[in-house]
Design a protein around this ligand. Structure first.
Ligand code: CP
Ligand code: NVA
Length: 311
């Protein structure tokens, strides 16, 4: 495992290793135990899109592991404009022990990894958001008490209701790798990418779990243990915002819809949320909502990814 570009590329065992290390790191941090597994190591982070959780969890995570992270924004690094992707990858590989990239075209992540001699981490592309989805399955297990021998998530109904986007794609892979059933509800025309679906279905078959893709939010919400949503307009799609608001109207997670879920359902969102669009304040601020636990877990899971790749 050199890079983390897509969860599809990982074995179930590798995913389990990341999750178990994350649990251990979370415990160590709670107990204020030293865990400087990356002493004097460094991470170069390229951000072509804004970020709060990804940037902060990786930067503080590197520091807590005894290393250093530096932030390179598009204005300064000019990836593919000021300098070719290959030359940036080769240069950064001489200074840093790992590279994180958040960008638009997924191909840029792949190209960077091809030329870099150090691990490359996909911090979100238009296609995938693997670091988020690993955190999401970690959070689901934690919240639903699926630890140790009770790890089997086949009895759970996780419902992702919203856009068939990068977050949805990676969630499909993550659920398949850890054996959690997933029901997806998207408006017609906003289905997940066909190629990704094919790969995720094949992972799901191997794991013996079910991924269903529907166009009905009500069917998806019924008896759900987890209701997950993401923004209707992702970064880079701002010009489509008005049309998307109309197309997704029936997919809002509100008080009425969550009444269909199990009483102890949890509400999840990768954040940032567009309150009043994909989710109402009532739901995101309710006691069922675990969005800030989910956000905190980014730190523990990112530290596990860094330790696996950079140690
Ligand atoms: N969920 C997530 O990746 O948040 P940021 O865009 O703030 O990094
Ligand atoms: N789908 C969203 C996720 C943000 C973390 C986006 O790409 O903007």
């Amino acid at each position: 495992m050199k890079d983390l570009i897509s969860i599809h590329d990982l074995t179930s065992l590798q995913v389990e290793e990341i999750l178990s290390l994350a649990r251990d790191l979370k415990q160590k941090q709670r107990n204020k135990e030293k865990h400087e597994y990356l002493w004097a190591k460094s991470l170069a982070m390229i951000f072509e899109k804004p970020s709060t959780r990804t940037r902060v969890s990786f930067e503080i995570g590197m520091w807590q592991l005894g290393g250093l992270a530096i932030n390179l924004d598009q204005e300064n690094i000019g990836l593919g404009a000021r300098e070719s992707i290959g030359d940036v990858a080769k240069t950064l590989s001489r200074y840093a022990d790992g590279i994180l990239i958040r960008t638009f075209e997924h191909k840029k992540v792949i190209d960077l990894a091809k030329s870099a001699s150090v691990p490359v981490i996909n911090g979100l592309s238009d296609l995938l958001h693997p670091c988020q989805a690993l955190t999401d399955v970690f959070t689901i297990r934690e919240e639903k008490g699926l630890e140790g021998a009770k790890k089997d998530g086949k009895g759970l109904k996780v419902a992702y209701i919203g856009d068939g986007n990068n977050v949805c794609h990676s969630l499909m892979f993550a659920c398949a790798k850890v054996g959690i059933n997933l029901t997806i509800a998207v408006p017609v025309g906003y289905e997940p990418d066909e190629e990704i679906v094919k790969m995720a279905f094949s992972d799901a078959k191997t794991a013996g779990i079910q991924i269903d893709i529907l166009n009905d939010p009500i069917m998806a919400a019924k008896n759900a243990d987890v209701i997950y949503t993401d923004v209707w307009t992702s970064m880079g799609q701002e010009a489509e915002s008005k049309k998307r608001k109309a197309d997704f109207e029936k997919f809002q997670i509100n008080k009425e819809l969550v009444k269909l879920a199990k009483p102890d359902f949890i509400f999840m969102h990768c954040l940032p949320a567009h309150r009043g669009e994909e989710v109402t304040d009532e739901v995101v601020d309710s006691t069922n909502s675990v969005v800030f636990d989910q956000a905190e877990n980014r730190l523990h899971v990112q530290k596990a990814i860094l330790t696996m790749l950079l140690r």
